[in-house]
Structure formats: C-alpha cells, structure tokens
Design a protein around this ligand. Structure first.
Ligand code: ADP
Ligand code: MG
Length: 319
C-alpha cells in the first residue's frame, strides 16, 4: 500500500461516538447474575471505528466528532493514542454507551445501543464545516446512524456538497438516511445484506440475484461504486465496469462489532492511494474479517491484515 504522503485527504464525520462496553460471559441465564470473564472499554460508533482502522493502516485521517459529558471525555481519552487528527465539539448531555455481550456457549453476541445526546443546529453546522474543509477534494466518509436533532437528509446534503467541491462522498447507512443520500450520487456506497434487503424489500439469497439487483441499483442512482457485505460470506464490489466478490476463510470469531466499519476503511484506504477495485475489496475483506477475531469493539491491526491479504482471493464475475 502507498505511503502516507501519497494518499488523498480522508475526512470522517462521526456524529455519534460511543463508549463501547463489552462483556464476555459463559452463558446468559434468565434471572441470574453472570460474571464477565473479560470486560473492555473501547471507543466506538461507526465513524470512530472507520477512522481508527484507517489510522492502523497508516493512512492519515481527519475525524470530526461530537462528544458530550463525562462519557465523551472518557472516549476522547481512549482515542488520544489512536487518532492524531481529531476535531471535536462538545454538546450538553452524555455521549452514548453501547453494550455488547459476547456469549461463549452457545456462541452468540448481542448489542444494545444508546441513542446519543441532542445535537443543536449550530453545532451541526460547525462540525459540518470542519468536515467539509478536511475533506477538500478528497474523501468524505459518513457512516452510521445520526443522533437526535440531526435531520435524516444530512448525509445526502453533505454528499452533494462534497461532489460540488470536487471530492468523493462515501456513505454507509440504511433506511431513510440511505434513501435520502442516493440522489447525491456518492462515489462509494457500502450496505450490508440487511440494509439492501430493507431497501429492496426482498430476501436476497443467491449471489447472481444480489449482483443483478446491485447493478440495477447502481445504474438507477448513477453510483460509481457499490459494496454489499454478507458477514461470513464476504463482500461484493461493483465499479462502473466489473463486479468482484471475495469470500474470507473460516475464522474463529470473537465479536463482529466494527467489522463493516473496518471493511469500509479498507476500501477507502485503497481508493485514496490510487488502487483498483479488486485490491480495495481484498483489503476491505481482510480488515473486516481480521476485526472479527477481536473481542468487543477491538479492531484489526496491520500485521493481521497483511497476513490475510496473502490468503484472500478476489474473483471477477464478469467476462
Ligand atoms: N462471521 C464472519 N466471518 C468472517 N468474516 C466476517 C464475519 N462477519 C463479518 N465479517 C467480515 O466483515 C465484513 C462486514 O461484515 P457484515 O456483517 O457484512 O457488515 P456489518 O458490520 O454491517 O454487519 C464482511 O464482508 C467480512 O469481511
Ligand atoms: Mg454483521
């Protein structure tokens, strides 16, 4: 991968960072207290995870985020060793806490997410300004849900502005946030299988069917790149010419939290370094899958990603 100086600027908008608390338990039992074998406190929220992963890949990233209260202060403390170009604004209230429970037997995971503090219009305007400036003519990443007070056309509105200033908008969202960003023609859109099923109102099972639907979706909305991810089955990436698929090897999963964010970071890291779609997908899947081997919101590291890159194969589906 290219060195720092060769990448285009990357800015991330993290409107709703969280403190992720994860517990590893043997088994959850009704009406019983169960001890945690491993408790972790980690910074979280989609934008933060994407930023941290880019940073671990040695890709410079600017992150504009909103924090609140004591929880927000703690998140900032945890982030200081991870993110070197962080711009934050404080609002009243408390940043949210997301709780993840990883159960060993039978293996499973559940998560409860907080909704986050109210974001006043003036703060939203200010954070948007910082994000747009850092993005410049590079990549502007908007990922995940938005906190209370933030309109659901925010990603779409900003994606349009990014395009107008010569940059490349990257959107990872579902539901109305996704629908309202489509007309702004983001450079890259990442959805997981569930988000695509929600959008198409169809259960998607076969790869051929997903490829056809995704190609239609891409053409209908004039999108440069669309990535659909399928958890353990890997991911599909369409650019203007070809469709690529990459399936990871069977992995010992500890927690899947952050894997979609890590995948997105791998895609953007490649495009920002001038790489092609096949490489972007390979790095994306390597980051996503390496992240699943860490408990809680633990993200991938560079060595694991490099090892997986040697193992993974990307298949081009079109002749
Ligand atoms: N169970 C798993 N085994 C291996 N890789 C996984 C697994 N779950 C997720 N991943 C990796 O993370 C990527 C994103 O996961 P996915 O579940 O599709 O997204 P999300 O995080 O939005 O739920 C996948 O494409 C894959 O590379
Ligand atoms: Mg998943």
């Amino acid at each position: 991968m290219s060195k720092k100086s060769k990448t285009e600027p990357i800015a991330v908008l993290a409107l709703n960072p969280s403190l992720d608390i994860s517990y590893e338990v043997t088994q959850l039992l009704d009406d019983q207290k169960v001890p945690s074998m491993n408790t972790r406190y980690e910074p979280g929220g989609n934008g933060i995870n994407v930023s941290e992963t880019l940073s671990r890949l040695d890709i410079p990233v600017n992150c504009s985020c909103i924090i609140a209260g004591h929880v927000g202060e703690f998140v900032l403390q945890l982030l200081q060793y991870e993110l070197h170009d962080l711009h934050y604004l404080s609002v009243e209230g408390e940043s949210r806490i997301n709780t993840i429970i990883m159960q060993r037997s039978p293996q499973g995971q559940c998560e409860v997410d907080g909704s986050g503090p109210d974001v006043p219009e003036t703060v939203l305007e200010e954070i948007e300004e910082s994000f747009m400036k850092a993005c410049n003519s590079g990549f502007g990443i908007m990922s995940g849900s938005v906190p209370p007070g933030v309109p659901d056309d925010t990603y779409g509105r900003l994606a349009k502005k990014i395009r107008e200033q010569g940059g490349k908008a990257v959107v990872d969202a579902y539901g109305t946030l996704l629908e309202k960003s489509l007309d702004s023609k983001p450079f890259l859109l990442r959805v997981n299988q569930y988000a695509l099923e929600m959008y198409t109102r169809k259960k998607l099972r076969k790869l051929d069917e997903v490829v056809a639907i995704t190609r239609q979706f891409q053409q209908d909305h004039n999108l440069n790149h669309v990535c659909v991810t399928f958890g353990e089955y890997g991911a599909l990436l369409l650019d203007s010419k070809y469709s690529y698929v990459c399936t990871p090897p069977k992995t010992h999963i500890r927690s899947t939290v952050g894997s979609g964010d890590a995948l997105l970071a791998g895609l953007v890291a490649t495009y920002a370094s001038g790489g092609d779609s096949a490489t972007a997908l390979k790095l994306g899947v390597a980051c996503g899958t390496a992240t699943t081997t860490h408990a809680g919101t633990g993200l991938c590291n560079r060595d694991e990603v490099d090892r997986l890159m040697e193992e993974l194969e990307v298949k081009r589906l079109d002749s």
